[in-house]
Write a protein that binds this ligand. Sequence first.
Ligand SMILES: Nc1ncnc2c1ncn2[C@@H]1O[C@H](COP(=O)(O)OP(=O)(O)OP(=O)(O)O)[C@@H](O)[C@H]1O
Ligand SMILES: [Zn+2]
Length: 688
Amino acid sequence: MSTKASSRSTHVEAILGRDLYAQVRNVKLLLVGAGGIGCELLKNIVLTGFGDITLLDLDTIDLSNLNRQFLFRKKDVKQSKALVAARTAQQFNPSVRITPIHANIKEPQFDVAWFRQFHIVLNALDNLDARRHVNKMCLAAAVPLVESGTAGYLGQVQPILKDRTECFDCMPKPIPKTFPVCTIRSTPSQPIHCIVWAKSYLIPQLFGEDEDGGDELDEAEKQGENAEKIANLRKEAQAFTAVRNALRSGSHPKPNGSTTRSRSKKANPNGDAAQLVFNKVFEADIQNLLSMSDMWSNRAPPVPLNYHEILNDSFVLPNHPETDAATSNGPFVPQNKAHTNGHNVPNASSSSTASGSGGAGLKDQRELTLRENLELFIHSTNRLSMRLNSGEDTISFDKDDDDTLDFVTAAANLRAAAYGIGGKSRWEVKEMAGNIIPAIATTNAVISGAIVLQALHLLRKNYGGLRNIHLQLKPEVPLNGSSVGAPAPECGVCRDTYVELLCDPSRVTLGEAIERILGDGDDEGTGPRDVSVYEDKRILSDPDFDDNLERTLESLGVTRGKFLTIVDEDGEWGNVAVAIGVLPPNHPPNGPALIPPFPLPKPPRLSKPTPPPLTPNTPPRKRTASVMGGDDDIEHVAPPPKRTKTGMPHINMASPSKKKRLEDEGLLIVENPDEKVDDEPELITIDD
Ligand SMILES: Nc1ncnc2c1ncn2[C@@H]1O[C@H](COP(=O)(O)OP(=O)(O)OP(=O)(O)O)[C@@H](O)[C@H]1O
Ligand SMILES: [Zn+2]
């Protein structure tokens, strides 16, 4: 060993002790994620001397990562995170082996057999879906996992060991905070409502996939839904189709109905298409809402905006008398600002550009006037229109896409003005629409240190030393370690009995697979019995539904890396989770199409046969504050009820496909503005 290498290891060996250090040198470790926590953690494990590290990340480096992901430099932007992180960290300790993989951990080649090669897995992810996936793979492969997450100043580390500790899914994660759709659609009362409207409703309507919902409406009409409501929805859909077409064709109908053809492929610089959109959503739609007078008996009515009057500074917001300069050039935001600041920014826009370069402070952090917002709306609509005309099929919101961010900023602020709500700067809109909680390098550093300590406990099998670590905003106990809980008896993930089925899914039927896994003996828990079979949340068969039993696994989408879950129909035996793997390389081509698990799975007898066990992936209890969800948390959804045909959509303010999309965005669908929601709807997660 060279002097340099020995001096590098002297201290760590002294700290860990010779035996543990030797063990660490021989460990094969998987690190999933090379972002904020991942970079910090990779540095730690390389310097601790972990001998063989596989680092996996699907992403490339973004400029915005550089402030905290210190293994990356500006020249690395757009390159693979895993590759660059491995290359940089390798220099810290050439004696460790780092294998970078640029891929999604959910890809089929990373099956249970692949996971089994590792002694320990460390998660440094940012989303619930990938975390749940790795949790399940580690349980199936019986590999210990250290899970972690940070959000601002908060952080969490959870060691997970099958049959000893609770798993990531033993407690469900908090559901993202939601708003009733009616609030978003017609009665916004806070800036965030307008931002969500612009981001999740207007952008998809104008720039997303065409979903005119015509078929759904026809069907609903046949089913006898309220004809007037349907006629209104149809009218609305047609109006949107007209503006969508204008944005796409480069041919922009004039508001009076005649059509102009733009000379080049460029969107019309006069903003005809932008004006059409504006007139629809900020004038006609609002006028339409005003005509429903009963909506406004208890709340202040909105004010339709006028395009030309705003542009020529003659527009007055009549419902905001407290700002006498409530014209287009006064701050359109009377509400909170008028009370807190008490002063206007006179004519801030008179010489400024649409991007708001005038005024005090950083340009992104300044609130725009009403006219500036309209100018920004026109410019950004034109830019987006131009992109559609140059071949982009659809455009969706991305906080790092300036065109969509400008559009959301302007549209949200215009809507806020119409409803007498305070506006937001582009900076604030980015934070709120991007659902950004600032990432703090120090939090990642503290959490990464704690991950290594938990990993060392797991390696030494010092299970008494395992702790769930919380970094919290309590000055007296900033870092708290609590004892780890036992697996939740009713957990739909870690209480399953895991086995592996090596097979060629194109040659094995579902029926054959189930038969071979249950076996024909009559041992406790084995043998033929009534079962339902799921793949994730899809039900594939049950005792009354055997249509799929003759189909191949491949035709059912049950392939490498996926799981079948076998649920005892009488609730007498625990679930069996079957990981699908490939046949070994030396398997003869004409050999059997499957190798059943050996020994056959023997799920535990359940103490109480009723109620039946939870269906797969349906964890039972509520987790309190957790930072491990990430920004795309999803609600746990139980498998669909057995073979019930999806009923006809109940016509609400949104068509079913839109409803689904809005629900995916974390919005709660309620029937009408006055409907009470059980859980008082709250804001989406914003750190402010
Ligand atoms: N399914 C997945 N497979 C592989 N890597 C994943 C998967 N899901 C997320 N990741 C990676 O996990 C890392 C999480 O890091 P982090 O939370 O710092 O996010 P980020 O994308 O780097 O930063 P930000 O979201 O703040 O811009 C990211 O690098 C991301 O690419
Ligand atoms: Zn569990």
